[in-house]
Design a protein around this ligand. Structure first.
Ligand code: ZN
Length: 474
């Protein structure tokens, strides 16, 4: 994600956490220990165990595939949905939850048998006729409809299905997926997707992955998208609008689909033209591009305030600058392919994507990463940058706050200086390769860095990731 105004994402003022000089930092091991969902009898937990978003995701099953069939009318803002989830029970389940906010559920079946359900806040509580056995594969179908509304995040910004004047801007980080489909809404549970969206003829519906079909009949056009590689739910999109579409295949065989709001077309064109070369550059540095599709959706969405790295095809609320394009492209490796396991580790996304901007600048005749580091380091100790350590934002309200981005990138720069350029590049590539289409943790990244460098890097990471306040001169 990139805030369009290049500062914190939220529009409400967040008070910086008190910075206590010389505060004793929490032990690294405790700070980076991942919590798991608690197994509770035969009832699936209502959350995935993430302290920042306790109700996000659910326990007791793993989703393998989502098949979403949607119809959206931008005029009335009415959404019709049918979601079919293929999942596997990880415990005996007499009952389980999906996340769904708002909308009316018209029916639920489990393995084609009608199931009973009730709503409880953002939880859709499903009781199948027959209990599910541990390891059992099952199919849940949910019919739903209504007017989707975005969710307001703890930082005050909007997330999810955000209506625009000609459709909807759909971006779900961290919790907005549940505003438009029933979901196991935590990044820990990645799945493949088929997303089919029908909109009035003349509008375009853009989602993730490859466009496998498009047909127009009776005044409506249906777009069928397929995301074959695993994807975290927050990276799904179904953005609808009036778009100019461009499609081509890169030399590496990546299918590119760009959709641009005509109002942004002239500003976006010179930047989008760079996309193939940016992906080439990033592949050279981070290893092969993780997906078979790429592209961009450039919308006119003045009430959004950010761009998001929706998988394969980032969504931009306005024509992006080149550094934003580089940022969202780097996320395809760091965040999308290698996904965080808990929201506290958000610097693994944003610190890496920010450092990619610094590297791109350095390797294209601009400011060096050292200069970017120095400019950040020059900020006074009272600056927002030092409000909290990047690996410990404290709550969901600070996920997209300055320290996560800039100080996260500074931590990587310190690592690079300690291990040297060659080893640093090996660490980034190995990180992307070993966790490709999977998950990573901060503790895992530290271990990898120590393994490949042969150095004890605890003190470095402790200082730059986990200690409150401005570190003394590096
Ligand atoms: Zn980002």
């Amino acid at each position: 994600m990139t805030p369009s105004r290049r500062q914190t994402r939220g529009r409400t003022t967040v008070l910086p956490r008190q910075v206590v000089a010389g505060a004793v930092p929490v032990a690294l091991a405790a700070l980076f220990a991942a919590a798991g969902p608690a197994a509770a009898g035969t009832i699936g937990a209502s959350g995935a165990g993430d302290p920042y978003f306790p109700l996000a995701g659910n326990g007791g099953y793993d989703v393998r595939h989502y098949d979403l069939t949607l119809g959206y009318d931008p005029g009335s803002r009415h959404l019709d949905g049918q979601a079919v989830l293929r999942a596997r029970a990880t415990q005996r389940l007499t009952r389980f939850d999906l996340d769904l906010m708002g909308l009316e559920v018209t029916g639920v079946t489990v393995d084609h048998v009608k199931a009973s359900f009730r709503r409880d806040g953002q939880e859709l509580v499903v009781t199948p006729r027959q209990a599910l056995r541990p390891g059992q594969d099952f199919r849940v179908a949910v019919g739903y409809q209504g007017t989707p509304n975005p969710v307001t995040d703890p930082d005050g910004s909007l997330d999810g299905w955000i209506p625009t004047d000609d459709g909807a801007f759909v971006a779900g980080e961290p919790q907005g997926a549940m505003t438009w489909f029933p979901v196991n809404g935590h990044p820990r549970d990645k799945a493949s997707y088929d997303i089919t969206i029908t909109v009035p003829q003349g509008r375009t519906a853009v989602s993730n992955g490859v466009l496998v079909g498009q047909r127009t009949a009776h005044g409506h056009t249906t777009f069928h998208w397929r995301q074959s590689e695993p994807m975290a739910a927050y990276l799904a999109t179904a953005t609808v609008g009036t778009f100019e579409v461009e499609q081509f295949t890169t030399r590496d065989g990546i299918k590119v689909y760009n959709a641009v709001d005509p109002r942004e077309a002239s500003a976006a064109a010179p930047v989008l033209r760079q996309l193939p070369s940016v992906l080439d550059w990033a592949s050279g540095l981070f290893g092969p591009y993780p997906f078979r599709a790429a592209g961009a959706v450039v919308d006119t969405a003045p009430n959004v305030g950010y761009a998001l790295e929706t998988q394969t095809r980032p969504v931009y609320d306005r024509a992006p600058g080149l550094s934003t394009l580089v940022h969202e492209s780097a996320h395809q490796w760091f965040g999308d392919s290698v996904t965080l396991t808990r929201w506290q580790d958000i610097w693994l996304n944003e610190g890496f994507a920010t450092y990619a901007e610094w590297l791109y600048s350095e390797q294209h005749g601009g400011e060096t990463a050292q200069q970017a580091f120095d400019a950040q380091y020059a900020r006074p100790a009272t600056d927002r940058l030092w409000a909290f350590p990047p690996a410990d934002p404290g709550s969901g309200a600070h996920l997209f706050d300055t320290p996560v981005y800039a100080r996260g990138a500074m931590a990587l720069h310190q690592l690079r200086k300690a291990v040297g350029d060659t080893t640093f590049r090996r660490i980034l590539r190995t990180w992307a390769a070993e966790h490709r289409n999977g998950h990573g943790t901060t503790a895992g990244f530290i271990q990898l860095s120590e393994r490949l460098s042969g150095q004890d890097l605890d003190a470095l990471f402790h200082t730059w990731l986990a200690t409150a306040g401005k570190p003394s001169a590096p």
